[in-house]
Ligand binder design. Structure first.
Ligand code: NDP
Length: 334
């Protein structure tokens, strides 16, 4: 193997990304040195947060560089090893480049077992998005039995798991998603009690009030913007708002303003807290074993939208913004 296909950032997107913001290129591969492994990409996670890394702005994670590979969570197979810790045939997950093949020093990778769960699950329910649902809801939301939880982006990777954990904890869960098909999925597969299609609902504030006549105790926010405004209008006293994501704003060239939140937070003693999942790195083991236990017990189900073909990674990423995925969006690389 002396060269590999790689996907580079071609332009910094303005507004919604397009395929021309990416470039497929051939990169030379050098010989394996001592301590190195050769990896073949198996599954690529495409995630909304990658949009932020495409903008040249200081954040909790470095921006991508132009003409350099995009990277994200991936599962790969070790196909050659000069590193004692890895054997040919091992599968690993970690932050890797969007390259069909790559040489790696083996640091910060986790071995994953295809006999314990399908490899793709390590990018979803047993990976970053499952952990985000788990720690965001339980550590910040602290739901109590009998409370009402509202979740936006409810049919996606994080949201579909949040709703199910909410049910495990004995809560009423209401989901917001962008199509009637997704609303059916929420109630039929993910155990949500009710769903609201935000694309066909004119008055979100009234729709939430109707779905939750006693108000919302916990709002798990994956989208921000006007849906957050409507959720806050229905929040109960001592409510908790988990600011997990704001996908409705990621492609905006100018940030819209909304109603001010402080009076609501004060009057109703509401806690609103943001987080990034890296905050919980020390506790990932606990989260994964709990999620795995619920999966084995049949208390948790997970859905994936698998897009075939390495070259499709940019389009799969772009499709997150028009809601083409149900559950976790993943690219099967080979
Ligand atoms: P999803 O699987 O939920 O995919 C994104 C979904 O967002 C789409 O399917 C679409 O569903 C919805 N969406 C897209 N545009 C809009 C819009 N303008 N308004 C409302 N909904 C929209 O992605 P993830 O589960 O991976 O991520 C969900 C959120 O959580 C994102 O905001 C992400 O950035 C955030 N996140 C945060 C983490 C953290 O550490 N804080 C870690 C992981 C994710 P629909 O059809 O319903 O519109």
């Amino acid at each position: 193997m002396n060269s590999t296909k790689t996907i580079l950032l071609n332009n910094r997107p303005s507004g919604t990304p397009t395929t021309s913001d990416f470039k497929i290129s051939n990169l030379e591969l050098s010989d394996l040195k001592d301590g190195e492994i050769l990896l073949q990409a198996k599954y690529i996670s495409v995630d909304p947060y990658l949009r932020g890394r495409m903008t040249d702005q200081k954040s909790y994670i470095e921006p991508f560089e132009l003409n350099k590979p995009i990277s994200s969570g991936m599962v790969a197979e070790v196909i050659e090893s000069n590193n004692d810790q890895y054997t040919k045939g091992d599968f690993v997950s970690g932050m890797l480049n969007w390259s069909e093949y790559q040489i790696h020093n083996g640091a910060e990778l986790n071995k994953v077992d295809p006999n314990q769960a399908p490899l793709s699950a390590y990018l979803g329910v047993l990976g970053m998005t499952g952990l985000t649902a788990y720690f965001g809801l339980l550590d910040i939301g602290k739901p109590k039995e009998g409370e009402t939880i509202l979740v936006s982006g409810a049919a996606g990777a994080v949201g579909s798991i949040v709703g199910q954990i909410g049910k495990i904890k004995g809560c009423t869960v209401i989901g917001i998603a962008g199509s009637d098909e997704k609303i059916e999925l929420l109630t039929n597969e993910f155990g949500y009690d009710k769903g609201i299609n935000y694309k066909t609902t004119k008055d979100m504030n009234a729709a939430i009030k109707e779905a939750a006549p006693n108000g919302i105790d916990v709002y798990f926010d994956n989208v921000g913007g006007e849906i957050l405004d409507a959720a806050l209008a229905n929040i109960n006293r001592f409510g908790r708002v988990i600011a997990c994501g704001a996908i409705s704003l990621y492609n905006k060239t100018e940030q819209p303003t909304g109603p001010r939140v402080e009076i609501t937070l004060i009057k109703k003693s509401v806690l609103m807290q943001g987080f990034t999942i890296g905050n919980y790195a020390q506790k990932f083991g606990e989260g994964i074993s709990e999620l795995a236990k619920w999966l084995t017990q049949g208390k948790l189900t997970h859905k994936e939208t698998i897009v075939e073909g390495f070259d499709q990674a940019p389009q799969a990423f772009i499709d997150l913004f028009s809601g083409k995925n149900q559950g976790k969006m993943i690219v099967k690389a080979d």
